[in-house]
Ligand binder design. Structure first.
Ligand code: UFG
Length: 327
């Protein structure tokens, strides 16, 4: 299939591009390189451009007849979205609208959209099904919820089919060390802990130890980026085989506390970096885990890396490679 991958030079997008290439797809990556890297695009053509630029989108779609669009390009930092909401509504919501205008005009049949568990907000349940009401508690989640809605509405009014994937906590790296998270100023737990191991950071904080969980720290459902990437390739196959539009959670359905994650990073690296226990971070739900029965049933997806040691091991290996790459 001829596919457009927006944000394909970023962390998740680059892993998906590599798997799409292995599956034989013909790939064009469109990325503004704001948080992505040229080296991360390991197959296909890279077009450097921004989805705010409608002329650039028009040029892209007039040059290629895409059968599918995979839309990763977005800002993803929750606290930043609280401080600068319009950045998120511009870069995530409005730019998705810009992209959808071209999808409509050129009658692209398939779309895979990167959504997030942040659309659920702070639900009372800890294991979340796709049918829960959406109630995001920050602009990041809201910007993605609105994008989901635009995609659904366009699909209802056209021949577009979509798979919306709601990611839980994505972590880990390509097991051969080819790719990994290189995001500048990363805030995600496993990435931050790995940066402590390489010495990029002197230490880290645990945000809140008084949650109603087994050790008082927040529980999250960490999913290996290669398993997540596989879901995208399977979503394309599913739609090409006539599958109808779906919204699917991407997680393993189990969780680890912040302390458990840090312990594994310390144990696997043999590095006892300083950890400070501080107060809660605004907007953190106590526990979030995916009910993943739907993605298993609809796509036949099964994880290959459902093991915290493997997730952390690949993240650590990548962090060392990336640290040396940067000098
Ligand atoms: N945490 C720390 N110290 C750190 C970083 C994180 O204690 O230095 C804690 C957080 O407070 C939270 C947990 O580790 O309890 C996980 O935090 P992350 O920042 O790694 O991830 P989030 O759960 O906040 O958010 C991520 C994605 C969202 C997605 C969500 C779904 O960024 O897009 O997972 O679970 F919606």
């Amino acid at each position: 299939m001829k596919v457009l991958v927006t944000g394909g030079a970023g962390y998740i997008g680059s892993h998906v591009v590599r798997q799409l290439g292995e599956a034989g797809h013909d790939i064009v990556v469109f990325d503004n390189l704001s948080t992505g890297y040229r080296w991360a695009v390991t197959c296909g053509e890279l077009v450097v451009g921004d989805l705010a630029d409608e002329q650039a989108i028009a040029d892209l779609f007039s040059r290629h007849q895409f059968e599918a669009v995979l839309h990763f390009a977005a800002n993803i930092v929750v606290p930043e979205s609280v401080e600068n909401p319009l950045k998120y509504y511009s870069n995530n919501t409005r730019n998705t609208l810009n992209l959808l205008k071209a999808v409509e005009q050129y009658q692209v049949p398939y779309m895979v959209f990167s959504s997030t568990a942040a659309v659920y907000g702070m639900p009372e349940e800890t294991v979340l099904t796709e049918d829960l009401p959406l109630a995001p508690i920050n602009p990041y989640g809201a910007s993605k919820m609105m994008s989901e809605r635009m995609i659904m509405d366009l699909a209802a009014a056209s021949s577009l089919n979509y798979v919306i994937l709601r990611y839980f906590n994505v972590a880990g790296a390509n097991p051969e060390g080819l790719l990994g998270q290189a995001t500048p100023e990363a805030t995600h737990l496993i990435k931050v802990a790995c940066e402590c191991v390489t010495g990029k950071r002197d230490g880290m904080s645990v945000f809140g130890t008084d949650y109603d969980t087994r050790d008082g720290t927040c529980i999250r459902d960490y999913i290996h980026v290669e398993d997540l990437a596989k879901a995208h390739v399977m979503a394309l196959d599913y739609m090409a085989g006539g599958g109808e539009s779906r919204v699917l959670n991407c997680g393993y359905g189990r969780g680890f506390t912040v302390r458990e994650v840090i312990d594994v990073v310390k144990r696997k690296s043999g590095n006892d970096f300083p950890v400070q226990e501080t107060g809660r971070r605004a907007g953190d739900p106590a526990a979030l885990m995916a009910d993943n029965s739907r993605i298993k049933q609809v796509l036949g997806w099964q994880p290959d890396y459902d093991d915290l040691n493997t997730i952390v091991g690949t993240a650590l290996a990548w962090e060392k490679i990336w640290h040396e790459k940067q000098g």
